[in-house]
Design a protein around this ligand. Structure first.
Ligand SMILES: Nc1ncnc2c1ncn2[C@@H]1O[C@H](COP(=O)(O)OP(=O)(O)OP(=O)(O)O)[C@@H](O)[C@H]1O
Ligand SMILES: [Mg+2]
Length: 234
């Protein structure tokens, strides 16, 4: 059984469909990448999965249960963590406070959860008391991912986790994503650094104009000449 199955998802804004019936699947423990041109609807798909954009039609099934149309906080409680493309941290709060915010719906002491995040993202520990606005883009992205990990999700949705980062940090963030995944968290990520994302991913999807275009293993998509020419810059 897949961890996540998305069937015929339609979603958009103000009654205009951006996604015209897309299908995705994430198996337990997989890393899956979604690539595609600007405006393809990648973020819209992630928002729909997170309950932030209304689903017009289709079905979202997580761990065998239909979660279509559930509220964001209910989706989060079921074990789906979401890191938006933009505004994914509270800049004026410290690193520790940002992480605490991620676990506000849990009633227990956040200490052990924070310790677990620091284990995955060691550079955050020494910055724990610094406001996030003082951090580099790479560290901010670690805070954003760490915050989503605070509720110990089984699936992590990452919308462009390496956007705008220097090449060194791009590599580092992908390494951290690999470690998160090695702890048993499945990952569905949207990426503009498409070649690197496909190299990391077990499987990938190419989304264009709100529809599925290609679906294969990461290696298969990288080796596909049409995909390379049209979506990977040759
Ligand atoms: N809040 C919104 N209201 C109206 N239209 C929107 C909204 N957000 C996005 N759109 C439109 O939906 C389409 C898909 O946007 P989306 O952000 O999902 O694309 P994307 O694939 O994530 O692109 P990018 O690679 O630039 O992040 C675009 O035409 C965009 O202008
Ligand atoms: Mg986007």
């Amino acid at each position: 059984m897949s961890l996540l199955e998305v069937h015929g998802l339609r979603a958009g804004y103000d009654g205009v469909d951006i996604l015209h019936g897309v299908d995705f699947r994430v198996a337990e423990g997989e890393i899956v990448a979604i690539i595609g041109p600007n405006g393809a609807g990648k973020s819209t798909a992630m928002k729909a999965l997170a309950g932030l954009v209304a689903v017009g039609a289709g079905r979202i099934v997580f761990e065998g249960e239909d979660i279509t149309g559930l509220r964001t906080d209910h989706i989060t409680r079921r074990g789906i963590g979401y890191v938006p493309q933009e505004e994914n941290v509270f800049p004026s709060l410290t690193v520790r406070e940002n992480l605490e915010m991620g676990a506000y719906i849990a009633k227990d002491d956040p200490g052990p959860r924070i310790a677990a995040v620091f284990e995955l993202f060691p550079p955050l520990e020494e910055k724990a008391r610094r406001p996030v606005r003082e951090l580099s883009g790479g560290l901010r992205q670690m805070v954003a991912i760490g915050r989503a990990l605070m509720l110990e999700p089984r699936l992590l949705l990452l919308d462009e986790p390496t956007a705008g980062l220097s090449p060194r940090f791009v590599g580092e963030i992908f390494e951290r994503i690999r470690s998160v995944n090695a702890r048993g968290v499945a990952v569905l990520m949207v990426e503009q650094n498409a070649k690197k994302a496909l190299a990391l991913a077990d499987r990938g999807y190419v989304l264009a104009m709100g529809a599925n275009r290609y679906e294969d293993t990461g290696a298969g998509l990288l080796a596909n000449r049409e995909v390379a020419r049209m979506f990977l810059g040759g």
